[in-house]
Design a protein around this ligand. Sequence first.
Ligand SMILES: Cc1cc2nc3c(=O)[nH]c(=O)nc-3n(C[C@H](O)[C@H](O)[C@H](O)COP(=O)(O)O)c2cc1C
Length: 435
Amino acid sequence: MKWKGDSISFEVYGTSHAPEVGVRATGLPKVALDEEALSRFMERRKAKNAVYSTKRVEADAPEIEIGEIFSAVIKNSNVRSGDYSDLYGVPRPSHADYAAYLSDGRLDFTGGGEFSGRLTAPLCALGGAAKQILREKGIAVSAWVSAIGNAVGANYRAGLTEEMLSAGEKGVWAPVGEEEMLSEIERAAAEKDSVGGEVQCAVTGLPGAVGGGSFGSLEGKISSLCYLIPAVKGVSFGAGFALPRMRGSQANDPFAIENGAIKIVKNDAGGINGGLSNGNPLTLSVAFRPTPSIGKEQRSVDLVKKVERAIEIKGRHDACIVPRAVPVVEAAVAIAVLDALLESGKFKSAPNDLETLRAEIDQTDKEICRLLSARYKVVREIGEVKKQKGLPVLNEGREKAVLEKVRARASRADEADAFAEVYKTIMAEAKKLEK
Ligand SMILES: Cc1cc2nc3c(=O)[nH]c(=O)nc-3n(C[C@H](O)[C@H](O)[C@H](O)COP(=O)(O)O)c2cc1C
């Protein structure tokens, strides 16, 4: 699957039972990433609670490469296809099985294929990077579980609090209602059933005028990425679906002046007007359906024999996926907001922001070293071939040609000499290696 933003484009690939899943992205700004912090973020997505989570626990340690292309590869180590042997040709109600069968005729629904929640691991790798980049600009993306089934926890509509903003980092739950929400999950699990819920998310520190009218709306961009998360069936901003029941006088967010600054007094618009951020915190709610795979008996059909068939799904499934989806929502929102911020032109570091500029240099150096290493690997191979064929190491004509190509690649005239000098050194070192 591919997503094309205004600056960032990425694809997530792999399936639940393939050797690996991963993400490749272009258009991210070059900044130094804290890989340990990224691993800690990915850790938050893992199944941890024996009551409501899948027994499939993966290491989820991504192999990350950052350069022109950001790439993260995550091995699927914990694959057990046997759980599905009884389900060949029998689609799980409300999973993607039947829609996938209609699309390509498949009858093997093992692990959910490319529709599996497993694909949210690479999404988190990219989103974790986007979150770090935004953090450097003072923009924080935080999410928490605000409802499970009928148990409702704290809601930003009653006021966004520090506890909500730090809930995701500490665990997943909204500051109130954790016990009731956990009981909802326990009850569903005990009945071999599942339960859904709501994740709320807030973006603080976002400047105004990020996003755009028409097709560039910030709501549209964020929603399109939230719907990349399997089991998401609703996205709303601010007061969302409560707005139709309000009068304009209740729904409108009035202006005021405080200490000489213009302020929007409340936030039922969720920090967005006309598709553009308005300087208030951006708030949204994401609705998750109950996990489709349940142990309880359900009606299905055998697509091969064309007969009705009852199924009880065994395998390893979350009775509730909502707690694990909290970092995934943060990831989706962070990618969308970063894309909009880059497009708005408000991302560029101030010319005197030495820290950011040095981080950019460090990141570029890392990439140069990786490419040099790749170049010298080929050089050693060339050395081997020349040795076998009895050819000399020095080839003046070839060196001249390389220098000409390098000069032509300089984007500014005053860089051409510098490029040529650097390459003379690179080639001198290459000759030593070839020897
Ligand atoms: C983190 C995560 C884990 C998931 N795990 C499961 C699971 O174990 N079993 C299941 O049936 N669905 C699971 N899902 C949901 C399905 O993948 C999803 O409902 C299905 O692909 C159908 O897509 P839709 O609900 O968006 O229409 C998971 C979703 C997420 C985000």
